[in-house]
Design a protein around this ligand. Structure first.
Ligand SMILES: NC(=O)c1ccc[n+]([C@@H]2O[C@H](COP(=O)([O-])OP(=O)(O)OC[C@H]3O[C@@H](n4cnc5c(N)ncnc54)[C@H](OP(=O)(O)O)[C@@H]3O)[C@@H](O)[C@H]2O)c1
Length: 407
């Protein structure tokens, strides 16, 4: 009989219950790999179990409660008691990661968190181990399946944002309260974790600039198609001017970009560096059984020691004014000289136009253009002035364009 590896499970909701089912199915398969058979020896929910007892009877704690309190306290207590911890809690790690990782190093235990970013897509392990030898320059990620599903529906079926959100809720891809997803906050937490691992510098959720998808329209999708672009909610973590920039916002991608074809509730992450050019990982980004697969994979890894999240070795400044391509959407009076005046204001800020589409709307016209990359501060300075021109009929709208294709 193989020795039992005892697991204390905190949380028995969507992921926790799927974890129990998966563990029962797969436990025997790990005996030849680890010499032990994992087994759940205690479960804690709001109405069931006692934390001290669950901890006492466990070699490893799986935290699937979510949020900060009481998850942070339980994880710290488990680590201090010398237990390995596996968690899928992005909010906790993006806000208290440094404290938890330091505590795990101090107590010589593992804190694993593959399920916290991009579900079953193994991006944490790849950054920490497989790509440890490369100096990562940039990460682009579609790390929120809910928003990717909504944007795919808008693009492919011409739905409005509200209609696509309703579909996502009916199919269980979006929560009844979708705020964290659609405002970009959920993706920002995941990008903070990825940036910390990629650049070995502390990154807190509060340092991530994020913007959501609520203001996007079916119109944007139509013009994007004409311009050969696809619209995604993109998380970016990159080295800029001796520092780093970590941000989440909607962005247009040209079709040659590896993330342009990632549709529906899928997630994908592209890691770029000089030596490897780019590596893209993609797959299901959420869901009980999918996330449980990542969590159980972490449990198996923890059964084969050692591994820990190294201390930060850098202290890089976070840079917020970065270069980007832009899509600019304007409603203007249809009269001579309009395009020239707009082009002049853009030119004064060093912006150069990559493509333009113009459509007549009776007395007015819709002018949509894509600009080559320039500093965001300079672009928005031009947009402020354009917004004041007398022929502008509605506030100009801007969306970033990732002006890059890999061939
Ligand atoms: N769902 C996904 O697709 C997904 C994907 C990736 C990552 N995650 C992460 O996985 C974690 C769990 O998510 P989930 O969707 O499984 O959540 P969930 O369905 O809401 O389940 C949460 C569980 O935690 C328990 N719980 C809540 N507060 C508690 C407390 N104060 N003390 C003890 N237990 C408490 C709940 O108890 P009751 O049963 O008594 O209510 C429930 O069993 C979160 O960190 C989430 O971000 C989820």
């Amino acid at each position: 009989m193989a020795e039992t590896f005892r697991i204390g499970l905190l949380g028995h909701g969507t992921v926790g219950s799927a974890f129990e089912v998966l563990l029962n199915e797969r436990a025997d398969a790990f005996v030849p790999i680890t010499g032990m058979r994992p087994e759940i020896t205690g479960i804690l929910t709001r109405s069931r179990g006692n934390f001290e007892e669950v901890l006492e009877n466990a070699d490893l704690i799986v935290e699937l409660i979510g949020g900060i309190d009481p998850a942070r306290d339980y994880v710290l207590r488990a680590i201090r008691a010398g237990r390995h911890v596996v968690s899928a809690n992005k909010q906790l790690l993006s806000q208290y990661g440094e404290e938890l990782w330091a505590c795990a190093r101090q107590h010589g235990v593992q804190l694993r968190f593959e399920g916290a970013v991009a579900g079953v897509v193994p991006v944490i392990r790849v950054l920490q181990e497989t790509l440890a030898a490369t100096r990562v320059e940039r990460i682009h990620g579609i790390v929120n399946g809910t928003t990717n599903y909504i944007l795919s529906e808008m693009a492919q079926r011409g739905l409005t944002y509200e209609e696509a959100l309703r579909h996502a809720q009916e199919l269980g891809y979006a929560e009844a309260d979708p705020t964290d997803d659609v405002t970009g906050r959920d993706a920002a937490a995941k990008m903070a974790i990825l940036a910390r691992l990629a650049f070995s510098t502390p990154v807190h959720l509060d340092q991530v600039v994020y913007e959501g998808i609520e203001h996007l329209t079916a119109d944007d999708m139509e013009y994007a198609k004409e311009l050969g672009l696809g619209l995604k909610l993109i998380g970016t973590a990159e080295r800029v001017d001796g520092g780093i920039s970590v941000r989440v916002h909607p962005a247009f991608l040209y079709r040659g970009h590896p993330l342009a074809s990632v549709d529906g509730p899928f997630n994908a992450v592209t890691v770029e560096s000089e030596t490897i050019t780019e590596v893209t990982l993609s797959g299901p980004g959420a869901g009980g059984p999918q996330t449980a697969t990542a969590v159980l994979g972490d449990v198996v890894s923890a059964m084969i020691p050692p591994a820990s999240t190294p201390e930060t070795t850098e202290s890089l400044p976070v840079v917020n004014d970065v270069e980007s391509g832009f899509y600019l959407h304007m409603e203007v009076a249809d009269r001579p000289g309009v395009l020239a005046q707009i082009a002049e204001l853009l030119g004064m800020q060093g912006a150069s136009i990559r493509s333009v589409v113009q459509k007549g709307l009776g007395e007015n016209a819709r002018l949509v253009m894509v600009l080559h990359p320039l500093l965001e501060s300079r672009f928005y300075a031009a947009v402020r002035l354009i917004g004041q021109l007398d022929f502008i009929r509605a506030a100009p709208r801007a969306i970033r364009v990732i002006d890059e294709e890999f061939t």
